[in-house]
Design a protein around this ligand. Structure first.
Ligand SMILES: *[C@@H]1O[C@H](CO)[C@@H](O)[C@H](O)[C@H]1NC(C)=O
Ligand SMILES: *[C@@H]1O[C@H](CO)[C@@H](O)[C@H](O)[C@H]1NC(C)=O
Length: 189
């Protein structure tokens, strides 16, 4: 806003002095040269500001926990209390007190709905603890493309895994899910 105000006033100034649009710096009158320098200086300030902003962004620590459970072999049941684990051994010291939250979603093969992160299942735990206990909603439907995302400053997602709807668990379902998961892991879905 600040910059555009300056630019606008410079533009009006140039227009009023040389009676030409700001972009045509062709002439060589002293007033024009001065205004051109002023315009360039303003541009330069803005470029410098932009660069500082980028440096600021680079300084922020982005940490993506590597989720170790669930994996593609995992089969959970709706309503169950389970533990999500991740490897935080590479957590930068500056991030030692970062807290996170866990979301459950699903990732349909056709990409519909993106990550579908519909359920927030834990929050406020320390990322450095490398685990959090969650209770799955009791009304989850059976799918083999569930994911959990552990988010701290930034997030990372698990492999796709299976949750069975409550009360529908049979040995056949479990075996089917494992076979599907194995095919999917091998990229043969
Ligand atoms: C996310 O975690 C996986 C392991 O679970 C790891 O291979 C990957 O590098 C991580 N992604 C990022 C962006 O850190
Ligand atoms: C993390 O918390 C501890 C205890 O409150 C504190 O001593 C330490 O300085 C904190 N670390 C960072 C990087 O803020």
């Amino acid at each position: 806003m600040h910059f555009s105000t300056i630019l606008l006033s410079a533009s009006l100034l140039i227009s009023s002095v040389v009676g030409a649009p700001m972009a045509s710096f062709g002439g060589a009158s002293e007033a024009e040269t001065m205004l051109k320098r002023q315009y360039e200086a303003t541009q330069w300030d803005n470029i410098m500001l932009g660069r500082d902003t980028m440096v600021e962004l680079e300084k922020r620590i982005v940490y993506n926990p590597h989720i170790t459970s669930p994996t593609s072999n995992t089969v959970w049941t709706a309503g169950e209390t389970v533990t999500v684990t991740w490897d935080a051994s590479d957590l930068p010291q500056e991030a030692e007190n970062y807290t996170g939250h866990i979301k459950l979603g699903f990732l349909p093969a056709n990409g519909e709905g993106g990550y579908n992160l519909k359920w927030q299942l834990a929050e406020g735990f320390l990322i450095r603890d490398e685990e959090a206990t969650i209770t799955l909603p009791a009304d989850l439907k059976s799918r083999n493309d569930y994911i959990v995302v552990v988010m701290g400053d930034s997030g990372n997602k698990s492999q796709k895994f299976t949750i069975k709807a409550k009360g529908q668990e049979s040995l056949k379902d479990i075996i089917d899910a494992k076979i599907e998961a194995a095919f999917e892991k091998a990229g043969m879905q």
